[in-house]
Design a binder for this molecule. Structure first.
Ligand SMILES: Cc1ncc(COP(=O)(O)O)c(C=O)c1O
Length: 179
């Protein structure tokens, strides 16, 4: 089995056929599919440990809290964070970005400062910065894309300045598939 088939095999939902073809799923930024170990862990949690995290002094609540904090520590190691306290779980990208913009952003972005995004951002990585720029008197600047939908990274030299406080950009465009 090749690598794509091995990876595919981890995801039970991809075993089905749609319209006579094996299901191909490309909307992961909106809803990610879960591989078997994640589905199993979720089922195990709901069957054995489901309870209030940090708000219960009985055994299943303590197990739920331990599992939650163990996940935070594991994620911190995975992303190279300095420690688990740097990891904050949010419901989704939109909530996470709004949190950064309304906490770090309000503390560190002031009048005349600049926020740099790209012209290919999803609303979740645009509106929070638009609102922050408006509230703090900052300027929102955009990295443009070319006719092929590729980011014009050569423009970075003149777009970045000593007033740039944050650069927030998409990894891969959801409309063009380019980076
Ligand atoms: C490309 C892309 N980016 C960001 C988001 C926002 O994601 P979330 O629902 O996690 O806030 C979506 C949601 O559809 C998306 O499709």
């Amino acid at each position: 089995m090749g690598i794509p088939a091995i990876i595919r095999d981890d995801f039970p939902i991809l075993r089905q056929r749609v319209g006579g073809h094996p299901l191909v799923y490309l909307d992961s930024a909106a809803t990610s599919q879960k591989p078997r170990p994640v589905l199993d862990a979720m089922a195990r949690y709901y069957e054995d440990d489901n309870a209030n995290v940090h708000r219960g002094v009985y055994s299943i609540a303590e197990r739920a809290t331990a599992a939650y904090e163990a996940a935070r520590a594991k994620v911190a190691r995975f992303i190279g964070a300095a420690g688990p306290e740097e990891v904050i779980f949010t419901r989704n990208a939109t909530e996470g970005l709004n949190l950064v913009a309304s906490t770090w952003g309000r503390a560190h972005v002031g009048p005349g400062d600049e926020i740099l995004v790209t012209e290919m951002e999803h609303h979740s990585n645009l509106i929070p910065w638009q609102l922050l720029a408006e509230a703090r008197g900052a300027r929102l600047k955009h990295i443009p894309f070319d006719a092929m939908g590729r980011l014009a990274l050569d423009d970075l030299d003149h777009l970045l300045s000593d007033r740039t406080r944050i650069v927030a950009l998409v990894h891969v465009s959801n409309t063009f598939g380019t980076a």
